[in-house]
Design a protein around this ligand. Sequence first.
Ligand code: FE2
Ligand code: FE2
Length: 329
Amino acid sequence: MSDLEAIYSKLPENLHDLPQPSSDKELEEMNYRVRHWMSSIPGSIKVGSKEHKQMVAQMFRETFNPYRPTFMDWPKLSTDEINRLKSLPIWDIAVHTEGKARLRMAAYVKELLDPEMADAIARNAWEENRHKEVLADLVKFYDIPLASEPPYEAPKDAEWAYMVTGFSECWDSFFAFGLFAIAEKSGFFSKELVETFEPVMQEECRHILLFANWLAWHRANLSWLQRVRFELKVLAVHGFLIYERLGLIKGVDVNGKEYYEDNNFTINGVSELSSQKTTLKEFLQLCLDENTRRFAGYDRRLLRPKTAPILTKLIIKLLPKKLANKQLT
Ligand SMILES: [Fe+2]
Ligand SMILES: [Fe+2]
């Protein structure tokens, strides 16, 4: 086992010792605990301070959901539902994304000098690995074909790679929250399937909450020269992500075959998940509402990811009427 694999495949606690809810009441309490968290530190908190960092690390530890992927109860689906699942063009990229995320986070953990922040991001890497296991399990259960996986290579610049994953997750999760709500309402997939997948969605909310606070904490602890360099790097990461989203990046799988991946399902997947009419403006508003709802239970003093919601609000205001009312389904 490589040292990075050791980070994302081992939790500080033994997972099997984690208390599993043994009744519906306990399950309900656990679902509440992973979505609601208040720090016991009183008063206002200075961003970048020791208290801020402790609060972030504590939030991440205490909102942990101890579900075990192999215990997930995949519901029996109709042939139609299984075919619909199979036709979603997301499975390859979802598995690859989780595989890359766990490795990039583990690589950054190795560089981090701060033990509390390293602990939080190591847990995040572990959760990404669990997402990969959940997907592998789902794909196997419903017999969804997968392309062979690309080789996962440790990044040369771990901070860069962590930021690429973090900012990507901020955008993808924002749209995925809206898409998930659409899938929930449309009945395209059974309630049981949506419910089984729900913990993964809320986990992504915690991940980007951690990322936004890591970013602010990290920024606040840099000298002005380091800060200038860092902001240039942040700009470059955004440039890279735009380049990636325009579909300009191709990958190579383990057999050396080139492939292109659709990195934009979270933006243009509405028609795949519902037959009900949804306009562009309604979808964007739904993403905003879901984003607010998913973050609502966490301590207000923790920073929230801002870019996607702010830009979306602006787009909603500035969109010409014809485009705003464009049907996505
Ligand atoms: Fe994930
Ligand atoms: Fe994540």
